[in-house]
Write a protein that binds this ligand. Structure first.
Ligand SMILES: [Zn+2]
Length: 274
């Protein structure tokens, strides 16, 4: 009898052990699965949004020569980058919609004429497109800027036009009422001239705050871009998207490479504040 009890005890122990092993394996599996799910949720990669102003020969920090700009675009093309639109970027960040390999968004602020005469042929050569945030009050009225015909032609070539206000005002320097007018009126004029209401906005001088972000959203924009250095990613505030500002310097190309490739590290270290 004793042996029977002992055998039963051993059997029960074995069962219990098997049970525990099963539970722990299941736990591990669950862990792996949820880990995988987390990984896929976090798998949204950061995307560089380059920010240019003028492509010209002016001795000005915001002016890159066409040769310098060409060198940077050649680098992107040689290294397998593909330009994407803000629509594609937002569909990716909001809904995980796939982007081509090595996506990059190329943006220009202000809407200078040289974007059409100098930047456009270079971009076209590499099969790239860009997004241009225009100061609507200067388009077609100031000869340093594009005309609406230029805008429409580039739009036809796949370029996207966003707003950069009517008068290039720093929105934190005017009343909220004035800021609202700048946001709504520039959007309206872009729709009138291109047939498409602007879906994106870039803050003149990079100035914004929470109240201004709200106004941008209320005016009907889907996202807005700052001049704060960084990569745009799943953690980004859609109404304060980081960009990589590019300037003329003694070593413009080296600085471009560092800013493009070193962005995540530099961002974390806080080495580039602009
Ligand atoms: Zn500007």
């Amino acid at each position: 009898m004793k042996t029977v009890y002992r055998r039963l005890a051993i059997f029960v122990c074995l069962l219990a052990m098997l049970g525990m092993i099963a539970v722990s394996v299941a736990g591990t599996e669950a862990g792996v699965v949820s880990g995988r799910m987390n990984a896929s949720a976090n798998a949204l990669a950061d995307v560089p949004i380059l920010n240019y102003h003028k492509i010209d020969y002016l001795q000005h920090a915001l002016s890159l020569s066409p040769e310098e700009f060409d060198k940077q675009m050649a680098y992107l093309a040689d290294n397998g980058y593909h330009t994407v639109s803000p629509d594609q970027l937002m569909a990716y960040l909001n809904h995980g919609k796939r982007l081509p390999d090595k996506p990059v968004v190329i943006t220009f602020d202000d809407g200078y004429l040289d974007n059409y005469t100098h930047a456009y042929p270079i971009l076209k050569k590499y099969g790239f497109t860009a997004t241009i945030f225009v100061v609507t009050g200067l388009i077609g009225t100031d000869e340093r800027f594009m005309t609406w015909d230029h805008v429409r032609q580039l739009q036809h070539e796949g370029f996207v036009f966003g707003s950069h206000t009517v008068n290039h005002v720093a929105l934190d320097q005017v009343s909220l009422e004035q800021a609202k007018i700048e946001l709504i009126e520039s959007r309206r004029v872009i729709k009138e001239q291109t047939g498409q209401a602007a879906r994106y906005f870039a803050y003149p001088t990079g100035a914004y705050n929470l109240q201004i972000e709200e106004l941008v959203q209320q005016a009907g924009y889907r996202a807005a871009f700052t001049i704060r250095y960084g990569l745009a990613g799943p953690e980004s505030d859609p109404f304060a998207m980081e960009r990589i500002p590019l300037f003329k310097s003694e070593q413009s190309f080296r600085s471009f490479l560092i800013r493009l490739n070193g962005a995540p590290v530099i961002e974390r270290l806080g080495l580039i504040r602009n």
